[in-house]
Design a protein around this ligand. Structure first.
Ligand SMILES: O=C(O)CCC(=O)C(=O)O
Length: 249
């Protein structure tokens, strides 16, 4: 079912990932696979299949309404989701970036992200590692675009090199969001970059890369798939949220 070329990163691409903390691979996944994933994702959305993270939960707004922001724990939900997360074609690339035998995390991301028209929120600048608990930061995520993604429908934006920057605790708020009221943070976020995405494109990004996403201002739902991995030697800290089921690839 999954048809796309087995490939490795060039030296330039590896350097780009290491320097910027993210890397775009255009047309990595077969569009038919993306459509099949999208069909199943839409079914789960229509039926509000739990576990779900809602916009209200994310914003801590407590309005009582519920707008789906993320289908969580998707690995177990459908074979097609599992197949994508276990695909062997990406393994040589992951091994170039994380070393031999990376582990697929079921604790973090493992999600289908949705941005519903008019109802979605901004995802403020953050590093994914903020709520993760591992011995070090050898962790990355794979973002699969299932359709067109651009600024107006909530495309991700990144700060190049932020995975290697040293920040002080004051640069983050209580929710570990990168504060946007500090001049020195504004200087950093002014370096934001983005790439418009099309169906089948993937973006690999480091767990410390600062990223952000705008709300969806179009009238069409945006749906994307994201999962995360760690290097084999980077163990989760026992008795934390990260100490959860993992898959050997
Ligand atoms: O799509 C979004 O709003 C942001 C998603 C994100 O930042 C994440 O999954 O880490």
């Amino acid at each position: 079912m999954i048809l796309f070329p087995i490939m490795k990163l060039s030296q330039e691409q590896q350097t780009e990932f290491n320097t910027n903390g993210f890397l775009l691979l255009k047309g990595f996944a077969d569009p038919n696979l993306c459509d099949a994933i999208l069909l199943k994702a839409q079914e789960h959305l229509d039926n509000k299949v739990e576990p779900i993270e809602s916009e209200e939960e994310y914003l801590r707004s407590g309005t009582g309404s519920s707008t789906i922001r993320r289908l969580r724990q998707v690995y177990q939900r459908e074979n097609i989701f599992k197949e994508w997360m276990r695909n062997k074609e990406i393994l040589p690339i992951l091994e170039q970036l994380l070393g031999k035998s990376p582990k697929l995390l079921l604790a973090h991301h493992n999600s289908i992200m949705t941005k519903l028209p008019q109802k979605s929120s901004i995802t403020t600048w953050h590093q994914d590692i903020r709520y993760w608990h591992y011995e070090n930061d050898e962790l990355l995520s794979v973002w699969l675009s299932l359709g067109d993604e651009f600024l107006e429908n909530g495309l991700l934006e990144f700060i190049p090199g932020s995975h290697k920057m040293n920040f002080t605790p004051e640069q983050f708020d209580k929710r570990a969001t990168f504060r946007d009221d500090l001049e020195k943070n504004k200087t950093i976020t002014s370096k934001r970059v983005h790439y418009n995405l099309s169906k089948g494109d993937i973006v690999l990004f480091h767990s410390k890369t600062l990223h952000y996403a705008h709300q969806n201002e179009t009238d069409k739902t945006k749906i994307s798939f994201v999962y995360s991995l760690r290097s084999a030697s980077n163990l989760p800290i026992i008795n934390t949220r990260s100490d959860f089921k993992e898959i050997s690839l």
